[in-house]
Design a protein around this ligand. Sequence first.
Ligand code: FES
Length: 167
Amino acid sequence: MSTEIVSSEKEIQNTDPRIKLIAAKMKKENYKADALIEILHTAQNAYGYLPMNILKFITKELKLPPSRVYSTVSFYHFFSLKSKGEHTCLVCTGTACYVKGALGLLDEIEHKFSLKPGQVSADNKLGVQVARCIGACGLAPAVVLDDEVHGKLTNEMITDSINAKIK
Ligand code: FES
C-alpha cells in the first residue's frame, strides 16, 4: 500500500490543512537544508508521525537526496515513521471516498471507538488517521487497516474490520 504522492505545494495544501504548517515552515526557513530537523519536527507534530508521502514532499521541496532525509529520520529517536497505536486505521477522505461515504465511516469510528482522526485509544491499540487518497479510488470508500486496503466499506463493515484487528 502506498499513499498518493502529492507533488505540488498547491495541490498538497488543498488536501490537508496540516500540510500548510509544513509548507509555511519550509517557506519560513527559505527551503534551507539546514532546517531539515526543524521542518521534520513540524511534520511530526502535525501527524503524530512522519508519513512517507510527507517525507517525499519535504525531500522534493528542499531538493535533498532522499538518503539524507531518511538517515536523519532514522538517527533521531524522536522521529517515527509509524503511526501511533498498535493498529492503525487510515481513512481515505479523498474525493472518490468522500463521495462514497468516508465521513460516515469516520462518524462510525468516532461513535463506536470514541476516536477522531489523529487520536489514539487509551490502551494504545488503535490510532485513527485520515489520508487524501490511497490510490484505490475504485474501491471507495477505502480504508487502510494496518497495511491492508479495505474497500467498498459500509459502517458495519468498518466496525467489524477494526474489531477483528484489535481483539
Ligand atoms: S479517493 Fe480514496 S482511494 Fe482515492
